[in-house]
Each structure stands twice: as C-alpha cells, then as structure tokens.
Design a protein around this ligand. Structure first.
Ligand code: DX5
Ligand code: ZN
Length: 230
C-alpha cells in the first residue's frame, strides 16, 4: 500500500528542559511533523511529567502542531485548559475510560484532532467501533509512563492489524507508534504500517544533536525500504 513519507513526532519528555525552546526549534527546523507532549498524573501511570503551562510556553516558540498524550485518569477535566494553552490534538487512552466515545466527541467539539491510544496488553479489536471517529490511533510499543524503554517487538503484528483496519475503512486515520523508536526499530514499525513515529530519547539525547538524530531515523527507514524493494 502506497503511503507518504513517515512522519516524526519528537517527544519532549526526553528533552533538556533548561533548553526546551531551543530544542523544539531545532526539531522544527529539521522537519518534525509535530511535537508530542506526554502528560502524566502519577496515577494513570506511575510517573509525573508536565501540564498545560508547558504547552502555553511551547505555543510561543513553534508553529508545529502540539499533540498531547493524556496519560491521566480524567482527561475530560483538563481538555479545555490544554486547548486554551494552544494544543492541536489529543491522544486519549482506551484503558480506564468508561465513556471514551463521549471524550472523543468532546475533543471534536473543541475543534481538535482526536486519537485513541492502546496499551501493549490491549487488543487492536477494541478500536473497531470508535475508529470512524478518529484522526489518529496510537499503538504503545512500551508500557506508558517512562521514556527510554525497550521497544516491544511483539507489538508489530498489532500495528499491522491496526493498519489493516484503517485501510478497510478509508485509509485516512493515521497509525502512530510510541515507545522505544530508534534507528533499529523505526524501520520495523514503518514496515508494519505505522505512518507517524513518536521518538523521545533517540532524538533528544543523541550527542550529535536533534537534526542529526532525526535524519538518522529517516535514513534508517529509507534504507530498510530500499533493501525490501531491491
Ligand atoms: C512513554 C511516552 C513516550 C516517551 C517515549 O510513556 O508516551 O512518548 O516519551 O520515549 P522514548 O522514545 O524514549 O521511548
Ligand atoms: Zn507519548
């Protein structure tokens, strides 16, 4: 199936927060498609991260879309605050949400792009009925809560299944993956059908800088494709 080039969504969880604006600007100049903001409440996942004030600050330094990965127990409660801060899209988890359809509709009413996230133990099949409402599906390739974890290779067949579901519908929904994306795993996720790759540590902790790290990721995908086509 022919698709456009894979998009990169740098996750600022791994950024140097003392130079956040600079690093995001570097990612923008290097052609990042969007900035991925991981929001954690210490309850939905065992870690704390950032809230709407960070989004507000980022909004002033970048024109890139800001996508908010809500790893919090009550996403509905915080949506408006994040919209006011300048968010462009929301990724909300299937897990723990008894009224996912309502949350998704609310995000759409707010005029924002909508995505649903599934954790490693959650099957692709739960997306069947909600898929027509979505702009994005995010397949977690690690257990959410922390950066710099190992990519779960067992998620590759699930990425393929989600891609098939999307193609059966109308092919419009993006298939995004999050966790453990580096030069080795990016080509695998892309070959399995991912169209957007979230990457934190492989982009922001590379000593050669953000731009070089991003071109390495892109090159790894292109190389893999060329080998497959040869
Ligand atoms: C994990 C977060 C990821 C994280 C990925 O819960 O959702 O977005 O930043 O980090 P890396 O790319 O380092 O695995
Ligand atoms: Zn994330």
């Amino acid at each position: 199936m022919a698709r456009d080039a894979v998009k990169l969504a740098p996750s600022i969880l791994a950024a140097d927060f003392s130079r956040l604006g600079e690093q995001v600007a570097e990612a923008e100049q290097a052609g990042a498609d969007r900035i991925h903001v991981d929001v954690m409440d210490g309850h939905f996942v065992p870690n704390l991260s950032m809230g709407a004030p960070i989004v507000k600050s980022l909004r002033r330094v970048t024109r890139l879309p800001l996508e908010i990965h809500m790893m919090i127990s009550n996403p509905d409660f915080f949506l408006e605050e994040f919209v006011e801060a300048g968010s462009d899209s929301f990724l909300v988890h299937w897990e723990g949400n008894n009224n996912l359809h309502r949350t998704v509709r609310r995000i759409k009413e707010l005029g924002k792009r909508t995505g649903v996230v599934i954790n490693p133990a959650t099957p692709a099949a739960v997306l069947e009925e909600i898929l027509p409402e979505l702009d994005q599906v995010l397949v977690m390739t690690v257990n959410p809560g922390f950066g710099h974890q190992h990519f779960l290779h067992s998620m590759l067949p699930k990425i393929e299944r989600v891609r098939q579901m999307v193609e059966r519908l109308d092919g419009r929904c993006e298939v995004e993956v999050d966790g453990g994306i580096d030069e080795k795993t990016a080509p695998l996720a892309s070959a399995a059908g991912a169209s957007v790759l979230v990457a934190g540590s492989s982009i922001f902790t590379d000593n050669s800088g953000v731009a070089t790290a991003m071109s390495r990721l892109r090159a790894s995908i292109a190389f893999h494709k060329s080998v497959l086509l040869a």
